[in-house]
Design a protein around this ligand. Structure first.
Ligand code: PMP
Length: 363
């Protein structure tokens, strides 16, 4: 028996599980299939070479926040940066959640929303998306009114379903919530609408973004949020001083010069997404769900057929293709999620899928 145990409310916590197997086609983590442009890497390394490494980094990440603000049409004071959007979410929860506070989380959604709520001792109020994974604005409004949460989490496009929330969903949240409304837009660039334009000083709306997907920088860990200046001020008090390394700040600044390249990549991935969607729809045993992200969730067999989806997932691994297994995940039972990859990887996935389903007579 260890001499000390974690806090009572953390005993039953399980870590973040996303198996990382050694396969040739990795379509499991919603990453970009491409590295950042080579010229970006050169610019970044040059900037890092000029950093006085014996000094702490700029604590306020001023130049990065200014550059991001400029690119988003928002004042610097409304930008908060951290090590991945996960750290942004954690800082929001540390600041506005915690013991005695409640967060509304609409499942199924990104697992880290409830995970961070638990770690920070924030009470979770859980509600469910409709069967088609949309959110009914009236139902949302009444859930908010009856539970009075301090934080409301939305995720659009939603991970893992890919669902893009209708504008009315955000309207309903903003009209009825007393506390913060947080929209996780980690995949926002792949969808036509964003809530960023609605951030202002008079409402408690926070939009969370990341460099991990479109910007091909998952390894560097950089995320940010656009929030009223009075929220950013509080976040800066809570986050650890000097949390954002100079190398990370430089990367975020250097990347912004490559917006045109990144926009072109988004268009390419969106068109690959439509091709994958068509490919998946061609199999009778599969039901892909509409997606506004760089991934597609699909049902395997009859709704909730956990065995059929697990079998298909394992079959794909045997073919050297790793996707994300949601077979036993509450709310998405019997589903798998594939990240939109390069044309070659997507073809490898569709080919493997075809041969497995044909063999089992499910095509
Ligand atoms: N939000 C959502 C919805 C995500 O899917 C992810 C990554 N899987 C994140 C946030 C976190 O991304 P990062 O910490 O890499 O910015």
């Amino acid at each position: 028996m260890n001499p000390i145990q974690p806090r009572d409310d953390l005993r039953s916590l399980s870590g973040y599980h996303s198996p990382n197997l050694n396969v040739s086609v990795r379509l499991n983590a919603n990453e970009s299939p491409l590295p950042p442009p080579a010229a970006f890497v050169d610019d970044w390394l040059e900037a890092v070479r000029a950093v006085p490494l014996n000094r702490y980094p700029d604590r306020s990440a001023r130049i990065l926040r200014e550059s991001l603000g400029e690119s988003l049409g928002q004042p610097t004071e409304r930008i908060f940066c951290a090590n991945g959007s996960n750290e942004v979410l954690q800082t929001l929860m540390l600041t506005y959640g915690g013991p005695g506070r409640k967060a509304l989380i609409i499942e199924p959604t990104y697992a880290l929303h409830s995970h961070i709520a638990r770690i920070t001792g924030t009470e979770i109020v859980s509600s469910a998306r409709s069967a088609d994974f949309t959110i009914d604005p009236d139902a949302l409004e009444s859930t908010i009114k009856s539970n009075d949460p301090d934080l409301v989490f939305l995720c659009s496009p939603n991970n893992p379903s890919g669902t893009v929330d209708a504008a009315e969903v955000l309207d309903a949240a903003l009209q009825s919530a007393r506390g913060l409304v947080i929209v996780d837009e980690a995949y926002g660039e792949f969808s036509p609408n964003s809530a960023i334009g609605r951030v202002n000083e008079d409402s408690a709306l926070v939009v969370v973004k990341t460099y991990s997907k479109v910007w091909s920088m998952a390894a560097l860990r950089l995320g940010y949020c656009i929030a009223p200046a009075w929220v950013v001020e509080e976040l800066e008090k809570v986050v650890l001083p000097y949390h954002l390394a100079a190398a990370t700040q430089s990367a975020g600044i250097a990347a912004l010069k490559y917006r045109a390249e990144m926009d072109a990549r988004v268009r390419e991935l969106v068109s690959e997404r439509e091709r994958l969607m068509e490919g998946l729809s061609g199999f009778e045993a599969l039901e892909p769900l509409p997606s506004g992200a760089n991934f597609i969730l699909f049902r395997v067999g009859k709704p909730g057929d956990v065995e059929a989806s697990s079998r298909l997932w394992a079959g794909l691994v045997k073919h050297g293709v790793l996707i994300r297994d949601f077979s036993a995940w509450p709310g998405v039972e019997g589903c798998l999620r594939v990240t939109v990859g390069s044309r070659g990887d997507n073809d490898a996935f569709l080919t493997a899928l075809g041969s497995i389903l044909r063999e089992s007579g499910d095509s």
